[in-house]
Design a protein around this ligand. Structure first.
Ligand SMILES: Nc1ncnc2c1ncn2[C@@H]1O[C@H](COP(=O)(O)OP(=O)(O)O)[C@@H](O)[C@H]1O
Ligand SMILES: [Mg+2]
Length: 297
């Protein structure tokens, strides 16, 4: 009797498709991208690179080596994406890397709203990666807005006027180019008297960011570190266009950093937990690597 022909799979799984597409991207490519970033950072001069849209959706590349490949080339223009992770996972660094790359590679001005570290301290820390934010400020490519958490209500009462003014100031004649970073939404949320008020104000703030034509990364701390999908008290993850989760996964007596795109509207994104490292010029993501021997939480 003739052997029965094996039925081919009608369709590869979503992950396989996405991984296939990454086949062309080797670790050497990522290393190359990182080297290029070091070069760009060192030269800090005009860069003719333009965002490379891969569909009809306009993308804003983060420039983080190994990351844009996960999300079809970058963040959707005018979208707001959450960066969720515990203390020390690299949320602040990732957002500042996005803003720094935007300024030096794409001439996109950045506005950073912080309720956390003081400006001088943060600038000093970011010099470890060779990022000179004071220089960017001088070149009108970066604005640092520092608020104490108790000023949140005031910001919202005045309709975000100060922030909008800073954005308008930075964009000059090119609306829609501003990259916005907020650190952190946790400080923002805790200032409201109840969940309802907090939710209402977060929604309003996110709407404002889109109205102001900003492409934004906003950090937040998860409700608790657990084996579950990270979430926030008031469900911010449902209000935003995308969610990037940063983990510190315990492996024996070590912890490894890994990143996952949990949500990215209108984007065919990779569903895989990818390791990342802090390197000479910031965070580098390794989409094809696995976290060997690591237990999830
Ligand atoms: N140059 C560096 N080399 C290696 N790791 C670094 C370096 N700079 C910062 N880190 C890591 O980044 C962490 C802080 O990152 P940060 O962006 O402030 O985290 P978060 O905002 O999530 O609290 C540090 O605890 C350290 O683990
Ligand atoms: Mg931080």
């Amino acid at each position: 009797m003739a052997a029965r022909k094996k039925k081919p799979f009608a369709k590869a799984s979503f992950d396989e498709i996405a991984l296939d597409e990454l086949e062309t991207l080797s670790d050497t490519d990522i290393e190359k991208q990182h080297k290029q970033m070091v070069k760009v950072r060192d030269k800090f001069k005009e860069a003719p690179v333009e965002p490379r849209p891969t569909s009809n959706i306009e993308r804003v590349p983060t420039g983080i080596p190994g990351f844009d490949e996960l999300i079809e080339g970058g963040l959707e223009r005018d979208s707001t994406v959450l960066v969720i992770g515990g203390a020390g996972t690299g949320k602040t660094t990732l957002v500042l890397q996005y803003l720094y790359n935007g300024a030096v590679r794409y001439k996109h001005p950045g506005v950073f709203l912080s309720f956390e570290e003081p400006r001088e301290k943060l600038y000093k820390h970011m010099q470890v990666f060779g990022w000179d934010f004071a220089e960017l400020e001088k070149k009108k490519l970066f604005t640092y807005l520092q608020y104490a958490p108790h000023q949140v209500e005031k910001i919202m009462e005045e309709g975000g006027g100060t922030i909008r003014d800073a954005i308008e100031d930075m964009e000059g004649g090119s609306p829609g180019t501003v990259r916005f970073g907020m650190d952190s939404l946790t400080s923002f949320i805790t200032m409201f008297h109840n969940e309802y008020e907090a939710r209402e104000n977060v929604v309003r703030f996110i709407e404002n960011l889109a109205d102001w034509n900003c492409t934004s990364l906003v950090t937040v701390e998860p409700r608790h570190v657990s084996p579950d999908t990270p979430s926030t008290e008031i469900g911010v993850e449902f209000m935003v266009d995308g969610v990037i989760a940063l983990y510190m996964i315990k492996s024996g007596d070590r912890r490894e950093t890994a990143l996952e795109v949990l949500k990215m509207r209108a984007t065919k994104h990779l569903r895989k937990i990818c390791p990342y490292k802090f390197d000479r010029a910031g965070i580098v993501v390794y989409p094809k690597e696995t976290i060997f021997g690591a237990k999830l939480f």
